[in-house]
Structure formats: structure tokens, C-alpha cells
Design a protein around this ligand. Sequence first.
Ligand SMILES: *Cc1c(COP(=O)(O)O)cnc(C)c1O
Length: 399
Amino acid sequence: MNSHLMPTYNRQPVTFVRGEGARLWDTTGRVYLDALSGIAVTGLGHAQPDISEAICDQAKTLIHTSNVYGIEWQAKLADKLAEISGMSSVFFCNSGAEANEAAIKLARLFAHQKKIENPQIIVMETSFHGRTLATLAATGNPLIQKGFEPLVGGFLRVPYGDLAAIEQLAAVHDNITAVLVEPVQGEGGVRPAPKGFLRGIRTLCDQHDWLMMVDEVQTGIGRTGRWFGFQHEEGVLPDVMSLAKGLGNGVPIGASVAAGKAAKLFAPGNHGTTFGGNPLVCRVGCTVLNVIERDGLLARASDLSTRIRAGLIAGFQSEPAVLEVRGLGLLIGVVLDHPCGELVRRALDRGLLINVTAGSVIRLLPPLIMTDEQADELVSTLVALVQDWVAENTAQVTD
Ligand SMILES: *Cc1c(COP(=O)(O)O)cnc(C)c1O
């Protein structure tokens, strides 16, 4: 690869030059099945015609002005996000980490307005919130923090799913201002929140006047079969929600969405961005939401999830190395009994794009528009791949 690029990634030895739907083509013309969607980004698939058209038309009309002027598409996208989330105000930025930065700033502002000094945000073990200084401190993964100390302070950590641990913190700290949680931990190993966890957090936040902040960067925009992951649990409306990834289908856009007491916290001068929410990305965001609605892709994501998970469970039923198939909607994890990072390369050799997270969890993030035939291809390729790999390893052990 190019020696003038900083080596921040261990890149796979392939370069894609073209895509269509759930298919990608590399520089040699070889075709691949994309079960990763650029890590939960291209939910509508590659070269989706409505998206391409929106980008081309807006590029010929107006790409950027500034947030010191009115931006029609920004207002439209904010209206639409408010409608589908039940929340009320939006700040647009360019990435998931930035959306979480805005959330963290909102939480601190909320505390300072109540004269709380040194406010603390409760975050989870094995969480992921981004790579900026504040979001890597919020992230529950020492590998991501190592080498970047001193870490930004103001975070208290509890095990994911442990409501009692949050209550214990509430009993000893009087400066807690918010809880930040993912509805499903994606990077952390595709762990869905235990039933009742989000509602329990909502209740505690109401009791203690904290902000409930959900990081829906990976789970949002239809990925789980509902617009947002929190909508799988009745009676839960967060105060702050972070979005990015799927919102732009590939154009860089993030959003921090707020409701109730969080909706009016930022005043002029508190926060800002040069690029965030420009006419181009906001028009694309509107198009993404319209296409999901028009084409019934929330229901489609649920149906595809059922099909893929049933296929995987059947395929792996007599494979003891596979401990569990879990997830929510089209965020699917196949948990193996030992580290399996090398499967990413092996899948690539078979023309399939997947990912491995938390060492031993195969992560699948297929686009919402994948066809039934492609879903079946994904299942059969993956089942054969894992079985061959396990058989090879077992053979080596007994040799
Ligand atoms: C990807 C991700 C982020 C970071 O988003 P970037 O756009 O890479 O900054 C934050 N939170 C979650 C849950 C994510 O999956």
C-alpha cells in the first residue's frame, strides 16, 4: 500500500474500484459480496441510484455555505429525524465521534447549569464511542486508550448490562450528570443490551435528573430493523442520541439529537462546526431516510435478519466451535470459542467481506437491500469457511 499513508490500519490486500448494491469489484475485476457495508455505513448498498442522483444534483446546485446562514436541507433533515425519533432538536457534525463529543459537552453543560462541579458521565465496559480524546476516554477498551494518556476525565465505568452497578455509583457520587450507552455494543463484540437495561437506565436518569444518552452511531438508521436501537424497548426515549454511519450512506455526516431538558442546552457560542450539516450531506441524509421509508427497508432488515440468523444457526448447529449467534436486526455476531481474526482474510479469499471484533466474534453488517439469494450465499460461504477453518485447526492439533 502507499507509503505516504500513516499506517493506522492493517489493511486487507484488496482495493475496490466499483460497487452496486451488495456487490463490490476490485482492481482486477473480481466480484465480492459485501456483508460489512463499510462498517454499517452503506445500508442502502453501493451506487444506490437515488443517492447518486441526490449527490449529483446537489453538487450542481450548492454544496457548502456556512452554519452562519440558513440551510434548507439541514432543517428538512432535522424535521425528519425529529419525526422518526420522537426527539426535538438536532446538531449536525461529520462523524460518530463528533456526535458523541457534542453529547459529552451537552452533559457537562447540563451539570454546570445545575452548579455541579466536576461532572461525571457513566459509561460502560467494552463500549466504543470513537477515537477523539474525549470519546476514547469514554470508550471501554484499554487498547484504544494506551499511549494517549493523560485521558480526559469525567467518566465512571460499569459493566454493560449492570443496573445495580449504576445504582451503586448513584449512592456514592453526587456529581453524576449522564449515562452514555450503546443499545447493542458493536465493536465490543455484538452484545445486545439485556432486556430491561435501557428502560432501567431511563428510570434511573429520571430519578436522579441525569441525561440518558444513547450512542446509535452503529445501531441507528434502520440497522436493527427499527429506526433506532432504543425503539426495541418500550417506554424508552433518550435525552440525547448520537448518529452517523448509516445516515449518509457514505457521505460523512453525524448528528447529535436531543429531547426534553437537553434540547435547548446549547446556545450560540457553545458549539460549532465548519462542515457539519452542509446542503450536500443533509440532502443525502434526507434521501437515505426517504428511501428506507419508501422501500420498506425496516421490515426488510428484520426479515433478512431472520433469514440469515436461521441459516447460520442451522449451519452451525453441529459445530461446537460456534458458541452463539447473536445480535439485533442486521447487526449479527457469530461468537467462536477462540480468536478468529484470520477469518477476515480467508473470507476475502472466498469473495466475502466480513469483520471480526472483540477477538473472537465474526461481525456481519449486511446492507438492508441485500437480496434473499445474496443472504443465502452469505450464509453458505460463511458456514463452509468456519467449518473448514475449524477442521484445519483441529487437524493441526491432533497431528
Ligand atoms: C463507529 C462508531 C463510533 C465512531 O464513529 P466515527 O464516525 O468513526 O467517529 C462511535 N460510536 C459507535 C457505537 C460506533 O460504532
